[in-house]
Design a protein around this ligand. Structure first.
Ligand code: AMP
Length: 291
């Protein structure tokens, strides 16, 4: 039976609530999002509900992580729908905030990521992960969670955040949970709302290409370039996709050894029209380490 969910808009109110929860000895679970929520987000909130005394979600479309030609202004927004989904999933509090509240005049300090941010989405979206780490660091300070929940859907982001937590001594556990998918394999994403009916029908070619790589890995292929070529060829069978990258890498360091060991990750980004979709699969032993 979900209780009443509080919606907080001010940093001061969030801090005060967090202090109260901590003072009363309750554990805080935190799920940061950009809104336009779907079942993938809900799975994170439900996990937090199962593990923590207080569950906090946030919605903030963070301008710092969008490039000049990206979809910041048209990013989907649905506050009423999001509030209903979060309340039903058992969230206790929602922090919905604005650029003015998060980045007041004079703001100038950022978290600079290291080598994990160089390949994959970091190469295609300069400055993106700097924006992500900065806003998540701020949110971690404000919410002061014991556990924070992120999706494997954004694998490189989760690895970078795990690194930040370790490197900058955040006193919390960061959990990475599996990607929720539609029945046809497409990873759930707020950006799926951009797809036309035709594009939506073409989109499952992306997870299929990743599956082809996983199948080849399971059959014993360990050459990184051979595995990537299998995925690229599979995706090329859907000519509507314009490939940004499809790469196989070490799933911990995101380095690019010529031959993989017992595990790895295959990650891809590709455009259907103007919509950029990302997806990834963990390979071999890496798939069994999640959670
Ligand atoms: P976003 O609102 O896209 O910034 O995502 C907020 C959080 O939800 C991030 O930790 C994402 O990785 C996670 N997430 C997004 N899509 C999915 C999905 N399909 N399955 C599981 N987690 C997801």
């Amino acid at each position: 039976m979900p209780g009443v969910m509080r919606t907080l808009e001010r940093i001061a109110d969030l801090r005060a609530a967090s202090r109260e929860w901590r003072a009363s000895g309750r554990t805080i679970g935190f799920v940061p999002t950009m809104g336009a929520l779907h079942a993938g987000h809900r799975s994170l909130v439900e996990k937090a509900r199962a593990e923590c005394d207080v569950v906090v979600a946030s919605i903030f479309v963070n301008p710092l992580q969008f490039g000049a030609n990206e979809d910041l202004s048209r990013y989907p927004r649905d506050l009423a729908g999001d509030q209903a989904l979060l309340a039903a999933a058992g969230a206790d509090a929602l922090f919905v905030t604005t650029p003015a509240e998060m980045y007041p005049p004079g703001f100038q300090t950022c978290v600079v990521p290291g080598a994990l941010a160089e390949p994959l989405c970091g190469a295609s979206r300069p400055g993106h992960f700097r924006g992500v780490l900065t806003v998540v660091a701020k949110l971690f300070h404000l919410v002061a969670p014991h556990v924070a929940y992120f999706g494997q859907k954004d694998f490189q982001q989760a690895r970078l955040l795990q690194r930040m937590v370790a490197d900058l001594d955040f006193d919390l556990v960061l959990r990475m949970l599996p990607t929720l998918r539609e029945a046809d394999g497409l990873a759930m994403s707020s950006r799926n709302r951009y797809l036309s009916a035709t594009e939506r029908a073409q989109a499952p070619a992306l997870p299929r290409a990743l599956q082809a790589v996983a199948a080849a890995f399971d059959a014993g292929e360990r050459s990184r370039t051979a595995l990537a070529a299998i995925g690229t060829a599979a995706l090329a069978r859907e000519p509507a996709f314009r490939l940004d990258y499809l790469e196989v890498r070490d799933d911990e360091t995101l380095e690019a050894p010529e031959r993989l060991g017992a595990g790895g990750v295959v990650a891809a980004a590709a455009f259907l029209g103007t919509t950029r979709l990302i997806d990834n699969l963990l390979l071999g032993a890496a798939a069994r380490r999640l959670g």
